[in-house]
Design a protein around this ligand. Structure first.
Ligand SMILES: *Cc1c(COP(=O)(O)O)cnc(C)c1O
Length: 385
């Protein structure tokens, strides 16, 4: 075994069930699988999600959507970001449902869809305070009217995205509520015009946890399904039992080499770590190119045979070193868990390096093989040891 990413599919399914419990059976679920499903493998996660009952999937690029279609996914695919106009033919060929922020894009899509005598499903995206994509709330009704007269387009959904829904600060709670208010007003205007806004959806992970009044017809939580709670219900009036999720990703490697070093000798670039006494160093086959952040050098412990050992010296591109101590019974090729599994998870790694779990899992390198495990596989694993 060398370095690999273990994806605990059984945990993903449990997280999905926990989400369903939280939002109720009548709401749909869109699973964001952008950025290779936050580093977990888009196709596998998409397949598992659809099997578990997801209504649709969310991507950030047209290529991500096409890859899912090539992999056999037939569920609706929402394109969250604004694509370049030259990708429009592919959007239509792949049957991807884009978010529309303005009349220009509606026209550009319509022109091509009409030639192909197709009716492309589209969702209106309203910017209620994220300050990124989406039309202004007061423009939404006009955009809906425009789409309704485009023969090549069919309005099947209306959405917004929250800027601070994962924060329980009173200010941020109030801000999210203001975003919700603007959104509801815009949707009301569309309905009053006699236009069906389609599936109404707003909630990311934070809003699933903290804002039940934002769940509408469908929710779009990403990080929560991958097993990280970016907000806690603590102190918030939630009439639901606490939502528990488990981290899906685990990074494992093994010890490629073991060597003894003397007191005062340094390890790795920059000589930032020197042995305080004679000790044993293990060389692990994982570095920052694999997604182990350089910033966690000297601030992390890996787990080998159930025991924690501190990293020693700077993390290199492809390797890092661990201090096994004086009397270690660790042997060459033993397995080391870097994060997830029996070691602290990606969220803890993020805290130590001043970032967010999203960035940790997204940065896990595509060069690492992924192993998808279910409970059944783990049971077999344990039997074989
Ligand atoms: C990424 C994304 C989400 C999911 O966000 P999480 O914080 O991971 O829950 C939902 N909606 C849109 C539009 C997104 O881009």
């Amino acid at each position: 075994m060398s370095t690999k990413v273990i994806i605990h599919i059984d945990r993903f399914k449990e997280n999905f069930e926990a989400l369903k419990d939280r939002i109720g059976e009548n709401r749909r679920i869109c699973v964001p699988v952008k950025a290779d499903a936050y580093g977990h493998g888009a196709l596998e996660i998409a397949k598992t999600s659809v099997e578990a009952g997801a209504f649709c999937l969310g991507v950030a690029t047209v290529t991500e959507g096409t890859q899912l279609r090539k992999g056999g996914i037939t569920a609706p695919i929402l394109l969250f970001s604004q694509p370049d106009p030259e990708r429009i033919p592919e959007i239509i060929e792949s049957g991807i449902t884009p978010f529309i922020s303005d009349i220009w894009f509606a026209d550009a899509l319509n022109k091509y869809a009409e030639i192909n005598r197709e009716k492309l499903p589209v969702h209106i995206k309203i910017d209620t305070g994220m300050g990124r994509t989406g039309c202004l709330p007061e423009e939404a009704c006009n955009l809906a009217k425009h789409i309704s007269i485009c023969p090549g387009l069919e309005l099947t959904g209306t959405a917004t995205h929250f800027a601070a829904a994962d924060s329980a600060d009173a200010d941020d709670i109030a801000f999210t509520q203001r975003q919700l208010g603007r959104f509801k007003e815009a949707v009301r205007a569309i309905i009053d015009e006699g236009i069906d806004p389609g599936i109404i959806h707003t909630a990311n992970s934070g809003a699933v946890i903290l804002h039940p009044d934002s769940w509408f017809d469908m929710v779009r939580p990403g990080i929560l399904l991958y097993g990280y709670k970016t907000a806690e219900e603590n102190g918030i009036q939630v009439h639901y039992k606490p939502l528990t999720v488990k981290p899906v990703m685990e990074l494992r490697t093994n010890i490629a080499l073991i060597k003894k070093i003397k007191k005062g000798e340094s390890v790795s670039y920059g000589r930032t770590w020197t042995a305080p006494c004679d000790t044993t160093i293990g060389v692990l086959q994982a570095g920052y190119a694999d997604g182990l952040p350089l910033l966690v050098s000297g601030k992390w412990q890996v787990v080998i045979n159930g025991k924690s050992y501190p990293l020693a010296g700077r993390i290199c591109m492809d390797l890092c070193c661990v201090n096994l101590g004086t009397n270690s019974d660790v042997r060459r090729w033993d397995e080391a868990v870097i994060f997830g599994g029996s070691a602290p998870d990606a969220a803890e790694l993020a805290r130590r390096t001043g970032t967010i779990p999203y960035e940790i899992t997204c940065n896990i390198s595509g060069r690492l093989p992924k192993e998808y495990v279910t409970k059944h596989d783990i049971a077999n694993d344990e039997k074989n040891q």
